[in-house]
Design a protein around this ligand. Structure first.
Ligand SMILES: [Zn+2]
Length: 471
């Protein structure tokens, strides 16, 4: 081959591919139009046959005689769906006959539910046991401020009903557990997982395997999201991909790790799309593949994932995972993480190494010479902090101990410490756990007077200054 022949070949191949793709798209469109015409002709033919057989029909019966069962209101409401050649009457009719359960009316569930209600899924179930909070508002767009403090299921159901009163919305205002999951999931054709913790993911996936339901799974943390469809048409389940749970520390949860609101919104929309495709039998669901979204670089990648594993404990060839086994499986023990985590409350120190936020306030007011070390990460410190605190994140404490010594000397000089013991040291954090770890370390390093502020800044906001922001 000639040296410049390669370049010519590449460009001519590319050009031919483009031409063929254009032709393919034209052909597919033509097929859809012809199929729609064929359906129309068949229906008209049936009508003519019936009339010529001697059955007399009024004009109104002829108009409403359609095999798809869409009422005039439905035809008008979903007209933009019906006008899609590749979706059309059949797709909409399938959708209206389908039922979808969305577990979690949070960030993912919000956008998924809004679109599933709008598009005309016949029966839409919502599972959630939580209440709406102000800190949900930036991402859980199905809820409004008027519902703060009220049940998320009620709020989400009301939003769905206000969009589409013609479909059935079912509220399951309870936490999904092994004791009720089989009963709830068995009422639906498709399950959408909008939860955010390992025990729930395994529980929902296993339940779908046991019941033979497709599962549309989504996740969003920080600025990244992912999406796939499990247990569909012989494809893998969640356990096929993750036979052993991830280490507990690797499981970030948005309550503590932060998430840009729009990211779960996008993934939730894509979950609705996959559920719609499965329900309407249109398109190719994202089974055996995973979509990865990187919001910062606006990159979406689709990677092939492993197929169904014959060794899988839930869906493998030799697996006999039964409904009874599911009911008795301890998902929290298996994943070593709680399904409904309560705020962590460590108790590492003796009482005389701790001080309440109220007592700390009194000491500040009395002019006690002291240094307050805020051991939260720097980006937390930027949100809000107590006056005169110095920020040394727990992870940097070892390297920055000298800053505490310096600050103590400075404080003693200013306040002319009356006691011989010099300035005292207090440690504070968001909720009072890291501050205990810090004090343990400070004691070890010779700062024997160090104490932690019990309950951290949360207790300051609760017990000392109600205007102090919480986050
Ligand atoms: Zn499996």
């Amino acid at each position: 081959m000639e040296s410049n022949g390669g370049a010519t070949d590449v460009s001519s191949i590319r050009s031919e591919i483009e031409t063929l793709k254009a032709a393919k798209s034209d052909i597919e469109q033509r097929i859809s139009v012809l199929e729609a015409q064929l359906r129309e002709t068949t229906i008209n033919q049936q009508k003519t046959d019936t009339v010529s057989n001697g059955t007399c029909r009024s004009i109104s019966t002829v108009y409403s005689d359609n095999s798809h069962g869409l009422s005039p209101d439905m035809i008008y409401r979903y007209s933009r769906h019906l006008l899609l050649p590749s979706f059309g009457v059949q797709g909409q009719s399938n959708l209206l006959k389908s039922s979808v359960l969305v577990v979690g009316a949070g960030g993912l569930g919000s956008s998924a539910l809004l679109y599933l209600a709008a598009c005309g899924v016949g029966r839409l179930g919502i599972v959630d046991h939580d209440v709406v909070e102000l800190s949900n508002m930036h991402r859980q767009v199905i809820h409004t401020e008027a519902y703060i403090g009220q049940s998320k299921v009620k709020s989400a159901a009301a939003a769905c009903r206000s969009i589409n009163s013609s479909i059935q919305i079912i509220e399951h205002g309870e936490a999904l557990r092994t004791s009720n999951a089989l009963e709830i999931l068995s009422q639906y054709d498709i399950v959408v997982d909008g939860t955010d913790n390992p025990p729930s993911r395994y529980l929902i996936s296993d339940c779908c395997v046991v019941l033979g339901k497709p599962l549309v799974s989504g996740a969003a943390v920080g600025l990244e999201g992912q999406l796939t469809v499990y247990n569909y048409n012989g494809g893998p389940c969640y356990r096929c991909l993750f036979p052993t749970p991830p280490p507990t520390t690797a499981c970030q949860r948005c309550a503590d790790s932060g998430v840009l609101g729009v990211v779960p919104g996008i993934i939730g929309c894509l979950q609705a799309l996959e559920a719609i495709k499965i329900a309407s039998a249109v398109g190719e669901p994202l089974s055996g593949r995973m979509l990865l979204l990187d919001a910062l670089s606006a990159r979406i990648r689709i990677v092939k994932i492993r197929g169904r594993s014959s060794q899988c404990e839930a869906c493998g060839e030799n697996s006999a995972f039964t409904q009874d086994q599911f009911r008795n499986f301890d998902y929290e023990k298996f994943t070593q993480s709680p399904q409904f985590p309560l705020p962590l409350k460590l108790n590492l120190l003796s009482a005389d190494s701790r001080i309440s936020s109220k007592e700390y306030k009194e000491r500040v007011d009395n002019g006690e010479a002291h240094v307050l070390v805020d051991v939260r990460p720097a980006h937390h410190f930027k949100i809000v902090s107590l006056p005169n605190s110095i920020n040394i994140p727990l992870a940097n404490l070892e390297a920055r101990l000298h800053e505490i010594s310096l600050a103590m000397k400075e404080e003693e000089k200013h306040k002319g410490s009356e006691s011989s013991s010099g300035a005292s040291v207090y440690a504070v954090c968001r909720r009072g756990n890291d501050s205990q770890r810090a004090v343990q370390y400070l004691h070890k390093m010779g700062f024997t007077s160090a104490r932690d502020i019990v309950g951290g800044l949360e207790s300051w906001g609760r017990d000392v200054d109600p205007h102090f922001p919480t986050y």
